[in-house]
Design a protein around this ligand. Structure first.
Ligand SMILES: C[S@@+](CC[C@H](N)C(=O)[O-])C[C@H]1O[C@@H](n2cnc3c(N)ncnc32)[C@H](O)[C@@H]1O
Length: 239
């Protein structure tokens, strides 16, 4: 049972996250947070959908206190929102956010600094790299041991098969690739899909979280519909 203090702390963090990334979207001067980058397409996931996704990952035991050890790779961090939510919800876990687009990378750095100044995250736990997530040299330069990766998170923009091949070849058998898509389940030849969960922020359409990994051990293979935000799956942070 979470304490009143932790519920209030999470609510305050959620409000700060929403504010920082609304400002970040507005600063692009675009009607929609979407544009082409050198490597793919930047499209921003709504912060509340990311929060619902992270709750689901806590609920199925992939993140949080009971989750497997290891860091998280936020593959294609955009303006840093997934890394920020992960850091706010799982403060003891190291997150590496990769982005090749220089402007987005700079935006992500600024957003994480703003959130740290607000007391929402500990920026020392989040490492942003202006680098290609499918290049082993990016990890070597960052001192990142790929075999210690618990989770790789990606919002697919056309590079998901290349990423799945990279995970299959370079990460451990227990590393879980998590793809968040609008409403379709992607089948990948490169890594078997082990589970699939619907996630929603309670207001918009459902998104789908598909989990892929080499090994079946330690993963809840039943597919499910995650309750809307506010009704966390059992074991997840419950506010
Ligand atoms: C669909 S956006 C998702 C942004 C963010 N994760 C979110 O959910 O709001 C995908 C991002 O991945 C970046 N990207 C694509 N391929 C990449 C690569 N090989 N290395 C690093 N970043 C990449 C793109 O530039 C883009 O910003």
């Amino acid at each position: 049972m979470p304490s009143v203090y932790s519920i209030l702390r999470r609510r305050s963090a959620a409000a700060k996250l929403a504010r920082v990334f609304e400002r970040s979207e507005a600063s692009t001067g675009r009607a929609l947070p979407i544009r082409k980058t050198g490597r793919g397409i930047w499209a921003a996931t709504p912060v509340r959908v990311i929060e619902a996704t992270v709750k689901t990952l806590h609920g199925i035991g992939l993140l949080g206190d009971g989750g497997p050890p290891g860091h998280v790779i936020d593959a294609g961090t955009g303006d840093g929102r997934v890394s920020a939510v992960l850091a706010a919800w799982d403060p003891s876990r190291v997150v590496y956010g990769f982005e090749t687009d220089t402007a987005l990378y700079a935006q992500a750095v600024a957003n994480l600094h703003a959130l740290e100044a607000d007391g929402c995250i500990d920026a020392a736990q989040v490492h942003l790299l202006e680098a290609d997530y499918c290049d082993v040299r990016s990890y070597e330069r960052g001192g990142i041991v790929l075999s210690q990766t618990a989770v790789v998170f990606n919002y697919p923009d056309g590079n998901e098969r290349q990423l799945a091949r990279f995970v299959a070849q370079h990460c451990g058998p227990q590393t879980t690739l998590c793809l968040l898509t609008h409403n379709r389940t992607l089948e990948l030849d490169e890594l078997p899909r082990r589970a699939c969960h619907d996630v929603s922020d309670g207001t918009g359409p459902r998104w789908r979280l598909s989990l892929y990994r080499r090994s079946t051990g330690g993963i809840n293979t039943t597919s499910s519909s995650a309750p809307a935000s506010g009704g966390a799956p059992s074991g997840a942070p419950s506010d």
